[in-house]
Each structure stands twice: as structure tokens, then as C-alpha cells.
Write a protein that binds this ligand. Structure first.
Ligand code: AFP
Length: 336
């Protein structure tokens, strides 16, 4: 059982005893955690606040924005812009990067986020979440540009998410394993409730949107068909299926009890490499999963090794229990 210490104490220990983080990174993570508390308040208002429904605007992906998408994005920007720990931010909800204005000091870190993931679940009261990723600005040229963000996920300094569900839980890695913090609403503070989270290497649970089956590539269809064949089939065991349509909720389940999550490329729009975004969805989730002993590939390549070419680049995702991810990846390599 973990010591029920606060997020602040956890981060101070990571900074002081493990030398894993710098004071500006500690400030960044505490600021993001505080912003997630603020987002949770809006999310929990539901129909009692003016937070449901659409904002009647579109984001860079051409998707209609929900009011909470816009609220969450604004909360994260406003919370992080003044602290002096960041050079710039990037968001699923913004076409281009948001550079820290000259009136504030610029720091060495870059913050990327999907401010509210799972938007299709907002109005039906199903778990949603905020996903964030932290990179260092490695180029020492003056200023900051989109190119500074185009780093492979293995360069991340930290990553995490907050899931707004039956509990409000912040899940975080700074490269020293995965820690989970539950929001104590009476104190208004994050309390460490799990540390050194481990994903079981085997599982009997897969997560995929089955309605897309006819569009999948053969290796994906082969893997899922074997799961569906159960005890009588090649796998010799029965499987269960879960699909929340909130990546945060599906990944949280996998970090908690194992499983394999897949959003693969499919032939509906062949030029699109996948639905999920590399920089602020797949990379942070892959960092967390690998830090917990799991694996994450795009079917053939480790996700954290992919060098991005565009800010809003998409990617095919297979992540979770290592032995299952390895099997799906092997099927793709055999097919290739
Ligand atoms: P939204 O934020 O647009 O609801 O998308 C959520 C998501 O990016 C990811 O969180 C889910 O795993 C996936 O899309 C669900 O996609 P489908 O709705 O196609 O199943």
C-alpha cells in the first residue's frame, strides 16, 4: 500500500531524492494538476452549469467543439502561461502552438495536451479526461516554433492524464514509474493512492471499436477473430471486451488491471495513419504504459520512437499488456 502522501511531497521527493525533475518541471506539473482540479469542477457541474452541448465552433481536426473542450483548453492555457516554466503550448483544440507572450519569462519546457478527451461522452455522463505531455525545448535558437514540438515520444520529460470518473484521478510519470493520485475533495488536494503501477503482461480483455471490423487490415482482424474464437480457438481462452470511447478511461482500466487497447489504421480513409493523435494522445499514453511495464506500437514500430512530421499527426495505436501487444505486432510483421 502506498504512503498516502500529497502530490507536492511526491514531486519534491522526485526532485530532491531521485533528481528526476527540476524545480520548473515541478511547478509545471503542480500547475497542470491544479488546472485539472478546475476542469473537474466544470465537468462535475453537468446540466447545472452552462457546460454541456456544443460550442458551435470547429477545431483544427474539423470536429465540432463541445463547450467543455473550449473551457478545458482555456483553463490549461491561463494556468500555465504566466509561470515562467514554459516556452509554448500545443493543444488538440488549437491550429498552431501558443507561444508564451513576451510579458512573461519563457522557460525550457513545452506542454502539449488534449484538454478534454472523449468529448462524445460528455453529454451522456461517461468518464472523460485530460491528457498531457511535457517536452524540453532542445534547440537553443531564439524563440520557439512548431518544429520544437516535433520530437519522438521517448524525449518526454513527463506525461499523464486526469480521468473525470467516479473518482477524479491524476496519473503521472516523470520516468520513474507510474503514480496515481486520487482527488480528496474535502481537502482539495491530490493524494498518492498507487505507486509503481504495473500492467500485467497477459490479459483476457481487449478494447477496440468493433463496428469498424470490416475496415481493418488483416493482422488486426486475425487477432480479434482469435480473441472471439475463445477457448475453442487458437488462443485456448475466452476474452472479454470493453470500449468506453474515452482513451483515458480505457487506458486507466488497462493500467489498473491489464488489457490491450487498439485504434488501428483502417481503409475508410487510407491516407490517415489512424484516428488518434501522436503528440498529445499516443505519446503520453505510451510513455505511461511503458513505464508500467507494458508496450505500445503502431502495429510495427514502437510509438515512442516515431519522429513526428506534423503537430497534429495521427497514428495507429496498439498498447497495453506486453504479451498481447507483442502478438499483434508480430502478426503485422508476418503480414508485411
Ligand atoms: P472524441 O474526443 O472526439 O470523443 O474522441 C475520443 C477518442 O479520440 C479516444 O479518446 C477514443 O478512444 C476514440 O476517440 C473513440 O473513437 P470512436 O468514437 O471512433 O470509437
Amino acid at each position: 500500500m502506498s504512503r498516502n502522501i500529497s502530490l507536492t511531497q511526491y514531486l519534491v521527493e522526485q526532485q530532491r531524492e531521485h533528481g528526476r525533475i527540476t524545480p520548473p518541471l515541478r511547478l509545471l506539473l503542480e500547475t497542470v494538476a491544479r488546472a485539472c482540479k478546475r476542469i473537474a469542477i466544470s465537468v462535475n457541474k453537468g446540466a447545472l452549469g452552462d457546460v454541456l452541448g456544443t460550442a458551435h465552433t470547429e477545431n483544427v481536426q474539423g470536429e465540432v467543439q463541445k463547450k467543455l473542450d473550449v473551457i478545458a483548453n482555456e483553463v490549461l492555457i491561463e494556468a500555465n502561461v504566466w509561470g515562467g516554466h514554459l516556452a509554448a503550448m500545443a493543444s488538440e483544440e488549437m491550429d498552431t502552438i501558443s507561444v508564451v507572450p513576451d510579458r512573461y519569462p519563457q522557460g525550457e519546457y513545452l506542454l502539449l495536451f488534449d484538454p478534454l478527451d472523449g468529448s462524445s461522452n460528455i453529454d451522456v455522463n461517461v468518464s472523460i479526461g485530460t491528457i498531457f505531455s511535457v517536452l524540453r525545448k532542445v534547440t537553443n535558437n531564439r524563440g520557439v516554433s512548431e518544429d520544437d514540438f516535433l520530437q519522438p515520444g521517448k524525449q518526454q520529460a513527463a506525461a499523464g492524464y486526469c480521468v473525470y470518473g467516479p473518482q477524479t484521478t491524476l496519473v503521472l510519470t516523470v520516468g520513474d514509474g507510474v503514480a496515481m493520485f486520487t482527488l480528496d475533495r474535502e481537502m482539495g488536494s491530490w493524494v498518492l493512492t498507487e505507486d509503481q503501477v504495473q500492467v500485467p503482461a497477459d490479459t483476457k480483455e481487449f478494447a477496440i471499436n468493433m463496428s469498424n471490423m470490416r475496415h481493418w487490415a488483416p493482422p488486426v482482424k486475425r487477432y480479434i477473430d482469435e480473441c472471439l474464437a475463445g477457448k475453442e480457438g487458437a488462443r485456448g481462452k475466452d476474452f472479454n471486451m470493453r470500449w468506453v470511447a474515452s482513451m483515458v478511461a480505457d487506458v486507466h482500466r488497462i493500467l489498473t488491471r491489464g488489457g490491450v487497447f487498439m485504434y488501428p489504421w483502417d481503409k475508410r480513409e487510407p491516407e490517415k495513419l489512424g484516428k488518434l493523435r501522436l503528440l498529445y494522445e499516443a505519446n503520453p499514453m505510451s510513455f505511461l504504459i511503458e513505464q508500467a511495464g507494458g508496450a505500445a506500437t503502431n502495429g510495427t514500430q514502437r510509438i515512442l520512437d516515431i519522429v513526428p512530421s506534423k503537430l497534429h499527426e495521427r497514428v495507429s495505436v496498439v498498447l497495453g499488456s506486453k504479451n498481447e501487444v507483442d502478438r499483434v505486432t508480430a502478426y503485422h510483421r508476418e503480414a508485411a
